[in-house]
Write a protein that binds this ligand. Sequence first.
Ligand code: NAD
Length: 294
Amino acid sequence: MARIGFVGLGNMGGPMARNLVKAGHTVIGFDIVPDALARAVAGGVTAAGSAAEAARGGADFVITMLPAGEHVRDAWLGSGGMAAASDPGAVLVDCSTIDVATAREVAAAVGRPMLDAPVSGGVMGAEAATLTFMVGGPAEAFARAEPILQAMGRNVLHCGEAGAGQAAKTCNNMVLAATMIVTCEAFTLAEKLGLSHQALFDVMSKSSGQSWSLTTYCPVPGPVPASPANRDYKPGFAAALMAKDLGLSQEAAQSVGIETPLGAHAHALYRRFLEQGGGEADFSGIIRMLRGGG
Ligand code: NAD
């Protein structure tokens, strides 16, 4: 069993760290928010006094699950001091969703094997240990980290060198946003045309309009009982996080000099939803804004 340092014990990191404990690993955790740390400790995580202390205590693997690129850079290379504190033989893993450029910059600067391993599956996936990990970085470090990631997820995919995990995540979420929006538009149009939600669901789920946004995460109540639409769009995956991810995909597109017009429009629609107070709602809640004409 491994010793694992885990920094960032929020909505995702908290349950992920607890799943590592359940799998029999020793987890030394830290979060700047005392409540988050206390919840993790209740789940069997050993509290560290700082990010560096967690990194030092996790001799085999050190994992971060932080909000954004600036937090990741600061934790590993800046005031967090994690890279310097960690054991030279440790595999370093960042599971946060951040921009490709920062992932590559941090991996190059830490000067030892580091993986970018963002996830999809949301808080439900983190709790149930059914996340999908998209991993970039050296093959040897991936091979060592794979069993650890499997204790927190169902699919662990090596996508290429440093930054490839973030690249895969940003492409996937751009598709997710666009399919969610157009699925919401289809239900809104069906409502106006007098077609029931269930009838549209039954047809589309067996036709070429089928997608994850429809069959797993249906944006209207009824057809998929577990979807956030059935609990007043309580997340799930908050619209604010989707807007953040779409910003990352637009940054990535700009950095390589291409346009992604549907991705850009999805970003604009989610930003408008946030301006209208939708940020805390699940991202499928954008159907409310679309019903109102956007
Ligand atoms: P969160 O805000 O709940 O958790 C982040 C945690 O990091 C917080 O508890 C915060 O206190 C802590 N933190 C911030 N700076 C710190 C520091 N310097 N040292 C220690 N702790 C620090 O966010 P989350 O929902 O857990 O998301 C984490 C990452 O996962 C984000 O990059 C997000 O985009 C990504 N993600 C989230 C979801 C989701 O559904 N929530 C799904 C997939 C990916």
